[in-house]
Design a protein around this ligand. Structure first.
Ligand code: FBP
Length: 275
């Protein structure tokens, strides 16, 4: 074997190691806390506006990873949180942008490495008039992150004037496929309410693992149903924000989520953990 091949094998081993910190036994429960950037503090109350509260939920709720922007890590990371695998978001936009969405990179892969990330995250608005800029940026990010031994998570959200229905199975399947072909290790998608249709979407992502986004807060029993159905569709887990840290008892909810995602329980069986 030539030395270049050895080096490449080393790199992919590093990426696998990073991925295995986030995906445990093939499954993953991720907590996302980038909504202060994406939506503004409107999602927060006096308790969950504090990033430390979400770090604590990630740790005590045994989430498999925390997805945040760099500044949150720089300012709120403590030694007691050092074992929480971090996914650092490299782009973001606010709701004030007009027209088709474009979200540009604001943080480098190099900086994410310095902050101790296992993975970097990037949102692509599939179908937007600006999709090419995001494809290009994301492709480069995959190259850089993989060369540095980091995994890459793609938030893949179909959106824009050319997307009549962001939950269309064909569009979601195409978006999932593009994430895989660009090099994502994990693609994060929204669930469209149809288990059989989502099986095709997950299939189109191939070896790229699919996680499902949580969405706005809904009744906990209904949310457990959504998580269970997402798992039945072949997703390896969830990347949840508002439903996780807006919960009245986030640790009880986390336990119920783990039971469904990691221990194969049904939504019905997991309900007892949120009583
Ligand atoms: P939620 O579980 O709160 O929906 O978070 C998932 C997420 O992908 C966040 O990471 C992101 O901030 C948000 O959704 C963006 O959603 P949208 O663009 O639909 O407002």
């Amino acid at each position: 074997m030539k030395s270049n091949e050895i080096k490449n094998n080393d790199k992919s081993a590093n990426v696998s190691n990073s991925l295995n910190k986030i995906v445990k036994n093939g499954k993953s429960l991720i907590i996302a806390y980038d909504q202060g950037f994406e939506h503004g503090p409107t999602d927060f109350n006096i308790t969950n506006v504090d990033p430390d509260y979400v770090f604590r939920i990630a740790k005590e709720g045994e989430y498999d990873a925390l997805a945040v922007h760099a500044g949150i890590v720089e300012k709120y990371m403590k030694s007691e949180y050092k074992d929480i695998p971090l996914i650092i978001k490299l782009n973001g936009k606010t709701p004030y942008q007009r027209g088709d969405p474009l979200s540009r990179q604001h943080t480098s892969v190099e900086h994410a490495v310095k902050l101790g990330a296992c993975a970097v995250g990037y949102t692509i608005y599939f179908g937007s008039a600006h999709e090419e800029q995001m494809f290009q940026e994301f492709g480069k990010i995959c190259e850089q992150a993989h060369a540095a031994g980091l995994a890459v998570v793609c938030w893949m959200y179909p959106r824009g004037i050319n997307i009549p229905n962001e939950f269309s199975t064909d569009i979601l399947a195409h978006a999932a496929r593009v994430a895989m072909e660009l090099g994502a290790d994990i693609v994060k998608l929204k669930y469209n309410g149809d288990v059989e249709a989502m099986k095709w979407v997950v299939r189109c992502a191939g070896k790229t693992k699919t996680v499902i986004a949580g969405g706005p807060q809904i009744a906990e029993n209904d949310f457990l149903g959504l998580v269970y159905d997402s798992m039945r569709s072949g997703a390896i887990g969830m990347a949840i924000g508002r439903n996780a840290w807006q919960a009245k008892e986030p640790l009880k909810l986390a336990k119920a989520l783990r039971e469904i995602i990691h221990n194969g329980k049904t939504a019905e069986e997991a309900k007892k953990y949120i009583l």
